[in-house]
Structures are given as structure tokens and as C-alpha cells.
Design a protein around this ligand. Structure first.
Ligand code: ATP
Ligand code: MG
Length: 425
């Protein structure tokens, strides 16, 4: 019988890969907390209606990417394709948005039924950030400064660039929409099937097309930035001023519309050239209208989400070496030594909680246990046999020293030895 395999597009993260994940996750959490953001944890499943109402019916996600199923009682449920809708649902449900300001982040798996390829999966991880109750351009700028700092801390700042645009208000976008439809109607012959359909439903999304045959017609389309009113223009300019003041480079991309319906004013993407057409590692924007759309009181909101797999692919290009090794490998030979050794390992972990100890449980020969000690990458091997036990001693070998020096310690002294060795561990 064939072995059961993972679902296409859903990946295991193997032990040799987890150190890199943990490294990135820690830096991200540290940077978020240095700006005063708090974590929120959300369910992986929500009512399908939530995503339809927030993301919009005529978007890639809702049209074709959602994992939707009927619960046993007939409710239509969906594995979350993104976190913004669920986060807002939770905040409305728990009354967090009454005259309050929030800076939140979440981390978890998202699900989209897409064609799997490098940087595009059916289960992928996002760090998401959502802020509520702040209308000023300073919060838009803060998100850009925060992400800029994050890339610097991760050492990938040179590999990503910031693209920015303003989508204006809903009213401004309606004016633009008409101009855009008129323009595309003069070029019907160059539009592909998806775009022809979108012409009546969501014409702005045509600008987002990845079809190279449409590159020219999209390039010459009227620009939304020319339809913005004074308020939107000023908001956008204030963000640019802050970025200029603080020396964060950016590029205004007037065709950046983002896939989701709920954005207004600022939208942005951090893009890399290293990952082919899956080049966006972080994307977001302002979505002031969404709170009302989901039944709340009109309020400001802006956030972003970054794709961890794409970020890690980028980190891998830096070839940073990570070792997930232990400090001590404990070799035990014989029944008596196994018992004493187990107790000693526990005692060491209690006395020095940061110490990483791996205990050999194979009951095999000293030689084979030594091989495993070398392979483990440990700094020290502790060797306990019947002789040592009867003398109340243990042998310790420095595995990374060229001479591999070995000495004996009394069992009573082991804890002290490793307390003193903390600076080399
Ligand atoms: P794309 O245009 O690449 O499909 P998107 O606009 O659908 O991206 P968002 O919904 O804005 O993406 O999600 C934010 C980020 O999450 C993306 O920039 C990307 O890094 C990551 N992401 C989105 N979809 C996937 C996926 N299927 N696999 C891996 N990462 C993804
Ligand atoms: Mg997508």
C-alpha cells in the first residue's frame, strides 16, 4: 500500500529548517514589540460570509481560492485565506473599537487553493499587523518604518524595495473607475477573458493583471493618482515627507491597486526581484471603509501581512548558517549509569535552565554513543559508565577542542563546572 503523503501545496517544516524560521519569527516579534504592538490569536476557520463581505465577491480569493465546506449543521465555513477579516470580526465582537486605539499582530497559517509553485502554496504562514482608530498619516508611515527596520534587522534591506500608491476615497475611486472603464472599452481586443469579466465588476483589478500580453494596455491606462482629492493627496504627501525625512527609499507605483476591495488611500508592497513573479513579501494598506462594512462604527484601520515562506526563501539566499545543536551529549553505559545519568541530566536542567542536554537512550556501545555525540554538534560529551558511578565521578570531553581534552569530575561538582562554563556555551 502506498504511503500517505501531505496535501499538495501544504508543506512540512523539517527540523533542519526550523532554526531559520525561529530566528526570523523572533526578530519579527522583537521589532513589533519595540513599536508597542500586541498579539491577538484568532481561529483558523470563520463563517464564509465574513470573507465574502470583507474581501469582496469579485476578488481572486473569494472567486476561486477559498477552502469552503459545510459544517455538520449546514453552516458554510471557510479556512481563513487571510487574517484581516477575522481580526476585525474579533475586535467588533469584543467591543475593542469603541474610542480605542489598537496596534495588533497575529501569526498563523492561511489557506488558499492556488496553483502551487515556488513562493506560492496552499497553506502558508503570515505575520499580520492591523491597527485601528488612527487616521493620521503618521501611522501609515509607522508601518513603513517598522517594516523597513525589520528588513534591516533581518539583513535583507538591500534585496527589497518599497512600492507605494494611494487609492483615494471610495468616491474618488468611483470617478476613476468610470475613466478606466471608458479607456479599456477602447481596447477590448487586448483584454483577456478574466479582464473582460472584471470590466463590469472590478475594473481596477485589471491593472493588477500578471498577463504579459496586457502589459502595454495597462501601462497606458489613466492613473488613479490624478483623480485624488485634496485630502487624499495631502495624506499621501505626508507619508512621503516622513519617508524622505528618515531616508527610506520608495517608488510610487500608480498601478498598484492590491487584490482586495477594502483598501482606501494608502496601499503598499515590499517587493524583491529574487523570487520571480512571487516577488511580494509584504503587502498592505489602509482600509477605513471595512469596519462600517462589517457593521461597526466608521473608524480608521491600516495593516499589512507578510508571507513567511517568501521571506524565508529570501533569507536562504543570504546563506546564513544556523545550528540547532545541544551543549551536552550524555553517554551512559550500563544499567546503573543509565539511572544515575538520567537523574544528573534532570538536576543539571533544574540548576541551569538554559543548558541544552541530549541524553543517549540507545543502550548501545560507548563507541556508537560517541559517534552520535560528535554528530549532535554538542560542545561537551559527558561519559558515565559503571566505573565512574562506583567512584562517584563522571568523565567530560571537550568535543570541539582540537585536543579533545578529557577529564574527570566528581558528580557533586558537575553543576558547578557548567555554571562556570556558561560563557563558552
Ligand atoms: P499575490 O499577488 O502574490 O497572489 P496577494 O496579493 O494575493 O499576493 P496578499 O493577500 O496581500 O497577497 O497576502 C500578503 C502576503 O502573503 C503576500 O505578499 C505574500 O507574501 C503572502 N502570500 C499570499 N498568498 C500566498 C501563497 N499562496 N503562498 C505563499 N505566500 C502567499
Ligand atoms: Mg494572490
Amino acid at each position: 500500500m502506498a504511503n500517505i503523503q501531505a496535501i499538495r501545496g501544504m508543506h512540512d517544516v523539517l527540523p533542519e529548517q526550523t532554526p531559520l524560521w525561529q530566528y526570523a519569527e523572533k526578530i519579527i516579534r522583537d521589532v513589533l514589540s519595540s513599536y508597542g504592538y500586541s498579539e491577538i490569536r484568532l481561529p483558523a476557520v470563520e463563517k464564509t460570509e465574513l470573507f465574502k463581505r470583507s474581501i469582496g465577491e469579485v476578488t481572486d480569493i473569494v472567486e476561486k481560492e477559498m477552502y469552503t465546506f459545510d459544517d455538520k449543521n449546514g453552516d458554510s465555513l471557510t479556512l481563513r485565506p487571510e487574517g484581516t477579516a477575522g481580526c476585525l470580526r474579533a475586535c467588533l465582537e469584543h467591543g475593542l473599537l469603541h474610542n480605542q486605539v489598537h496596534r495588533l499582530w497575529y501569526y498563523g497559517a492561511m489557506y488558499r487553493h492556488e496553483r502551487p509553485q515556488k513562493g506560492r502554496y496552499r497553506q502558508f504562514f503570515q505575520f499580520g499587523v492591523e491597527t485601528y482608530g488612527m487616521a493620521s498619516a503618521d501611522i501609515d508611515a509607522e508601518l513603513l518604518l517598522l517594516t523597513d527596520r525589520l528588513w534591516k534587522r533581518l539583513g535583507i534591506r538591500e534585496k527589497v524595495h518599497l512600492q507605494l500608491n494611494s487609492l483615494g476615497t471610495i468616491a474618488e475611486r468611483l470617478v476613476y473607475r468610470e475613466a478606466l472603464v471608458t479607456y479599456f472599452q477602447q481596447h477590448l481586443e487586448t483584454l483577456d477573458e478574466d479582464s473582460l469579466r472584471r470590466l463590469n465588476t472590478n475594473p481596477l483589478r485589471i491593472l493588477d493583471t500578471k498577463n504579459p500580453a496586457m502589459a502595454d494596455v495597462v501601462k497606458n491606462a489613466p492613473e488613479l493618482i490624478n483623480c485624488l482629492g485634496d485630502d487624499s493627496r495631502q495624506h499621501f504627501q505626508e507619508i512621503l515627507n516622513t519617508l524622505n525625512d528618515l531616508g527610506v527609499s520608495y517608488e510610487i507605483n500608480t498601478r498598484l491597486v492590491r487584490g482586495l476591495d477594502y483598501y482606501s488611500k494608502t496601499v503598499f508592497e515590499w517587493v524583491t526581484d529574487e523570487l520571480g513573479s512571487q516577488g511580494t513579501i509584504c503587502a498592505g494598506g489602509r482600509y477605513d471603509g471595512l469596519i462600517e462594512q462589517l457593521g461597526g462604527k466608521a473608524n480608521s484601520a491600516i495593516g499589512f501581512a507578510m508571507g513567511m515562506e517568501r521571506l524565508l526563501l529570501l533569507l536562504e539566499t543570504l546563506d546564513i548558517k544556523f545550528e540547532n545543536t545541544v551543549d551536552i551529549y550524555l553517554i551512559r553505559v550500563g544499567k546503573q549509569a543509565e539511572k544515575v545519568g538520567l537523574r544528573l541530566a534532570e538536576q543539571l536542567r533544574t540548576q541551569i535552565p538554559t543548558l541544552k542536554i541530549q541524553m543517549d537512550c540507545s543502550s548501545s556501545s560507548v563507541k556508537s554513543q560517541f559517534k552520535k555525540a560528535d554528530k549532535s554538534g554538542a560542545i561537551y560529551a559527558l561519559i558515565l559508565g559503571g566505573d565512574e558511578v562506583s567512584r562517584g565521578e563522571i568523565s567530560i570531553k571537550a568535543l570541539r577542542d582540537e585536543q579533545q581534552t578529557q577529564q574527570n569530575l566528581t558528580l557533586a561538582n558537575v553543576v558547578n563546572f557548567f555554571k562556570n562554563a556558561q560563557n563558552v556555551l
